[in-house]
Design a protein around this ligand. Structure first.
Ligand SMILES: Nc1ncnc2c1ncn2[C@@H]1O[C@H](COP(=O)(O)OP(=O)(O)O)[C@@H](O)[C@H]1O
Ligand SMILES: [Mg+2]
Length: 279
């Protein structure tokens, strides 16, 4: 299953969700590949890797001719013990953007690479795509390449306002490039124990993504909220995971365990499609 973690808005917890979910999936014995599509390399840093540790980097892989992409992808994979396999963005990911946009099929470069890499579904139970903020090229590449989208939603008024924008983009991607794309979960993130946060959480529970996504059959699942707690920020700062850092309690892991269970249930119900050749 290829999952894009996307939100348009920055600072809502996309990267934190990605590395905590990767650690949880790996803890239950799943094979996970993470791709860090943000030039800032926050996901890589949280896992103790530098932006340029993958050789070739994601930027180079996306820029390369289609015939070379799969082999380069296999070569760029690095192993992060206790977590997953990872491909880092490369410090020049941003400078590849204009070059890729000037070329053809700029939005399906990642889909091409993953489709050509035909072991992706054999070798990995999950591929997690951590996206940058905004609706730019690398977010679009993730949405074109994925089966499912998980949307972290900070329980703040402005974060909720961004959801229709993201759903509109997903709807266009479904029409043009990836008809099987489905929003499988929304994750209330950085939730504080205030009445404003609670009321935003309630609005989220009532949100029916199918109003914006005419192609989608099932309502998106709303995950249990991830609370706003310094322990989550400490993990990336310390380079520790949910399963190695002292002070992490069962309740801190609980939302991620529930998300992992939900994904496993979706898999056994066959609620995802395997990517077939794109383009
Ligand atoms: N649940 C949380 N509680 C407290 N801090 C968090 C939480 N989730 C993320 N953060 C912190 O907020 C900042 C942005 O989170 P991050 O996951 O990098 O968001 P994004 O990838 O969407 O930009 C980081 O400093 C991170 O450590
Ligand atoms: Mg991030």
């Amino acid at each position: 299953m290829i999952i894009a973690i996307a939100a348009i808005k920055g600072g809502v917890g996309k990267t934190t969700l990605t590395f905590c979910l990767a650690a949880t999936l790996s803890q239950i014995g799943k094979k996970v590949l993470c791709l860090d599509l943000d030039h800032q390399g926050d996901l890589s840093a949280a896992m103790g890797a530098g932006k340029d540790d993958s050789q070739p980097s994601l930027g180079q892989i996306l820029y390369a001719p289609k015939r070379d992409q799969a082999a380069m992808l296999a070569k760029g994979i690095i192993n992060i013990p206790g977590y997953c396999h990872l491909i880092t963005p490369g410090s020049n990911l941003g400078s590849f953007q204009a070059e890729i946009e000037n070329g053809l099929s700029s939005e399906s470069r990642l889909a091409d690479a993953l489709t050509g890499f035909n072991n992706v579904y054999e070798n990995y139970d999950y591929v997690l795509l951590d996206t940058p903020k905004g609706e730019g090229l690398f977010t679009k590449n993730a949405l074109v390449a994925c089966d499912n989208v998980i949307i972290p939603v900070q329980t703040e008024y402005f974060a909720l306002k961004n959801i229709p924008e993201l759903l509109e983009l997903i709807s266009q991607i479904a029409d043009r490039a990836n008809p099987g794309i489905s929003v499988s979960a929304m994750v209330p993130s950085r939730m504080k124990q205030t009445s404003l946060h609670k009321s935003i959480h309630e609005q989220l529970l009532e949100w029916d993504v199918r109003e914006q996504l005419s192609h989608q059959k099932q309502q998106a699942w709303i995950a249990p909220p991830i609370r706003d707690l310094t322990i989550y920020a400490e993990l990336s700062a310390q380079g520790e995971s949910l399963y190695t850092y002292s002070g992490v309690k069962k309740e801190h892991r609980a939302p991620f365990v529930e998300i992992a269970k939900h994904l496993e249930a979706m898999k056994s119900n066959g609620v995802h499609h395997e990517v077939t050749a794109v383009g």
